[in-house]
Design a protein around this ligand. Structure first.
Ligand code: ADP
Ligand code: MG
Length: 723
């Protein structure tokens, strides 16, 4: 597209001049009402009560809440805030907020800034327009937001407006979770209880709490904002639904870890500065595999905080991009034929003394703990691979999982050679007649500190053990990591309990021996989930089928795992989601799939009718005119076979596009006549989606034929390489 190619980077005024360099340590977290601020601003006994409430899951009395609210307001006013907002995470997968002014009429023509404990603790957004999957119709129309004390309030600056944001959970008046945070908090509780019981059984002392830790590596694309605005598909659906692959893609492998362009570096700097102010521990940044693709990895944090921070990261990436005349694309597959984006969610469990339970330790005791929790996690994934798969099933992620890109839709676990050998030895009972010391010598204490470099070489695995944590790589780049994390916590809690019950049937006076016997039989059972090879190959697909591992390639199929009896019972048992809550989530995810697909259909229709066909017709006219004119001038010598052939192709493609487009719309209409959401999603997925792909091929062929001057959409090479 030539007409309005943006000026090259160096001509743009995007460089933000720094007046002086300020070390991050001087402003890190300055826009959060964090522990340090609370300690400073709150009376001693209030601070103590608040900490107790946070750490011991206690309810905060309203008098204390009033004092906290007052301090929070004073602090926010100093920061320039005019409003406060309960910040929550409805089922849309993004965040929501409703702003209330601090200013409150105090007399005629006068206001004072007010913020009460009640306003801090509970809010009532008019929330009837959020997806609820039928819950609200069945129960109660209103929902309320409740302050999540474990995630610090923060200041959100947007242009010249400044708002105090209070992280909250969003619940119906009858107590059903209407958001993504509530089940995560409940799953944290579940995994805490199960892990504490297990640790007690294993003889650990002085552990008060166990919590999940998360480190989500966020991938994203950046393109020039001018291009973005010229692509209705990007603006409306987040990905290009047409577009021919460029002559150069990622085959030269020159992007991954390559030197970062100046414009991008400036962006990253600016974006990270915002994150640092909000206390988000952004740690690493690099170029990813595809052109114009990048990654940010934070330092891991307690799960709830990590989820909130990941939402802030996604928001900040997008808002700061605009200031740099860039568009940040978080979609799982913004561009066909090159890598898409995911979120590698690193997950582990930590105890209140800061010990990572998945860290192979130096002492026999630590090693027992490590092995038990490792096997519990592997078992959890084996028994619930379908639920885990469902937790990452979205329309966008279908372009990665089960399509031509990693990781595959088959969930398997990579442990690496060393650990696999250790488990195999245990299974073979190499240390059968063991005393404690022998178990330790032969099987367990000989466990070397598993070095990361040994374990992390397999990038194709969807669920890989990487030294001292698992890396769940199937999560989509744009999705909230909350539900996948809640699923992980819940299924692992269940497996920990299962192992604990088994261990208790043995002679627990000799706990190491008891553990050993249980692990021996369990490893045999869960082995089919272990796979260290290349997950991309056809052979693996066949082999996984033989092992009975599920391979759900599309969202409508994958989501069904959420509503099996097993899933419903499991989530209810652990009080993470009631049956009604889980069923409603299934409906919400299905509806989201349907809507995402239908938006693309409409967008595709629009692009074809109002942009592609008119462009092709203009070119068609030029060709036809040229052919006639040439013949007129040169007579028989003027037969222009090349142009005639091109003209013929252009005409054929226009016909194909027009007809297929009509066919798609008819099919969508037929699907819409069905009132069963699951069937509708199935039909759209199996009958409409393939036609959209075919239509795209026609359009892309046309793109390569039509005069570049006429092509209305920015092309891949422009979007991906001009920056
Ligand atoms: P690699 O991907 O090479 O293993 P890192 O070890 O630096 O790289 O970790 C990648 C991500 O995993 C980071 O976001 C990091 O914070 C996170 N991570 C490290 N340890 C843990 C842990 N115990 N729990 C959760 N996430 C972790
Ligand atoms: Mg990575």
């Amino acid at each position: 597209m030539k007409k309005s190619t943006p000026t090259i980077a160096s001509e743009r005024n995007y460089v933000i001049e720094k007046e002086k360099f300020v070390p991050v340590s001087e402003y890190y977290g300055e826009d959060t009402f964090n522990n340090k601020v609370m300690k400073e601003k709150l009376p001693k006994d209030t601070y103590k009560k608040l900490m107790e409430a946070i750490n011991e899951d206690k309810v905060l009395d309203i008098a204390t809440a009033d004092i906290v609210a007052h301090a929070m307001k004073e602090w926010a006013l100093e920061k320039g805030a005019t409003h406060f907002a309960h910040w929550f995470q409805p089922m849309t997968g993004i965040t929501a907020e409703k702003h209330d002014a601090f200013a409150d009429p105090s007399g005629i023509g006068e206001v004072v800034e007010r913020f009460s404990g009640k306003q801090l603790v509970q809010g009532e957004p008019d929330a009837s327009s959020f997806p609820s999957g039928g819950i609200r119709a069945t129960f109660e129309a209103r929902g309320y937001t409740a302050w999540d004390m474990s995630s610090p309030a923060f200041i959100r600056r947007n242009g010249i407006s400044t708002t105090l944001c209070i992280p909250t959970a969003f619940i119906s008046y009858t107590g059903e979770a209407l958001d993504k945070k509530t089940p995560l908090l409940r799953s944290n509780r579940a995994v805490n209880i199960s892990s504490l019981n297990m640790l007690k059984l294993l003889g650990s002392k002085n552990v008060k709490k166990v919590y999940a830790t998360l480190g989500p590596e966020q991938e994203y694309f950046l393109i020039d904002l001018d291009y973005f605005f010229k692509r209705p598909d990007l603006v409306l659906g987040g990905r290009t639904i047409v577009g021919a692959p460029p002559a150069k893609g990622q085959e030269l492998e020159d992007q991954y870890f390559g030197s970062i362009k100046e414009r991008i570096s400036s962006y990253m700097h600016d974006m990270e500065e915002e994150l640092f102010k909000l206390g988000v521990p952004a740690k690493t940044r690099h170029n990813e595999v595809a052109p114009s693709q990048f990654e940010l990895a934070p330092v891991f944090e307690e799960a709830n905080l990590a989820v909130d921070h990941n939402q802030i990261v996604m928001d900040t990436m997008q808002s700061v991009a605009k200031k740099h005349n860039l568009a940040c694309l978080l979609h799982e597959k913004p561009f066909a034929k090159i890598n898409g984006s995911g979120k590698h969610v690193n997950w582990s469990l930590s105890d209140s003394n800061g010990n990572n339970l998945l860290n192979p330790g130096n002492t026999p005791h630590e090693n027992i703990i490590f092995l038990v929790f490792l096997v519990a996690a592997v078992r959890a994934v084996y028994k619930n691979a379908d639920i885990l798969r469902a937790s990452v099933a979205t329309y966008g992620n279908d372009h990665r999982l089960g399509a031509n890109e990693a990781p595959p839709a088959i969930i398997s676990v990579f442990l690496g050679e060393q650990l696999t050998n250790i488990l195999t030895n245990i299974e073979k009972g190499i240390v059968t007649k063991a005393t404690n010391a022998e178990i330790i010598d032969l099987g367990i204490s000989s466990l070397p500190i598993v070095s990361k470099d040994n374990t992390d070489r397999n990038r194709t695995s969807p669920f890989a053990f990487t030294g001292n944590k698992f890396e769940f790589r199937a999560v989509g780049s744009s999705q909230s990591i909350s539900f996948p994390a809640a699923v992980l916590n819940t299924i692992v809690a269940e497996s920990i309990d299962y192992l604990a019950e088994k261990i208790k049937t043995k002679d627990t006076k000799n706990i190491n021996q008891a553990v050993f016997e249980v692990l021996k039989s369990e490893i045999k059972d869960i082995k089919p989930i272990l796979f260290n090879g290349d997950n991309y190959t056809k052979e693996w697909e066949t082999e996984a089928g033989k092992r009975g591992l599920p391979n759900y390639k599309t969202t409508p199929v994958a989501l069904k795992a959420m509503v099996t009896d097993r899933a419903l019972n499991l989530f209810e048992k652990y009080q993470v989601l009631s049956k009604v809550e889980l069923q409603s989530r299934y409906v919400i995810y299905l509806e989201k799939y349907i809507k995402d697909l239908e938006i693309e259909v409409k967008c595709l229709n629009n692009i074809c009718q109002s942009q592609v066909i008119p462009a092709a017709a203009s070119y068609q006219k030029i060709l036809a005119t040229a052919i006639i004119a040439t013949k007129e001038v040169l007579g028989n010598a003027g037969v222009v076979s090349a142009q005639t052939e091109i003209l013929k192709k252009v005409v054929d493609l226009i016909n194909n596009i027009y007809n297929l487009n009509k066919e798609i719309l008819t099919k969508v209409e037929a699907a819409n006549a069905v009132h069963d959401e699951a069937k509708k999603a199935d039909t759209l997925c199996s009958k409409v989606k393939p036609k959209m792909d075919q239509l795209r091929e026609y359009v892309d062929e046309l793109e390569n034929l039509v005069d570049d001057e006429f092509w209305p959409l920015p092309k891949f090479w422009e979007m991906l390489f001009i920056c």
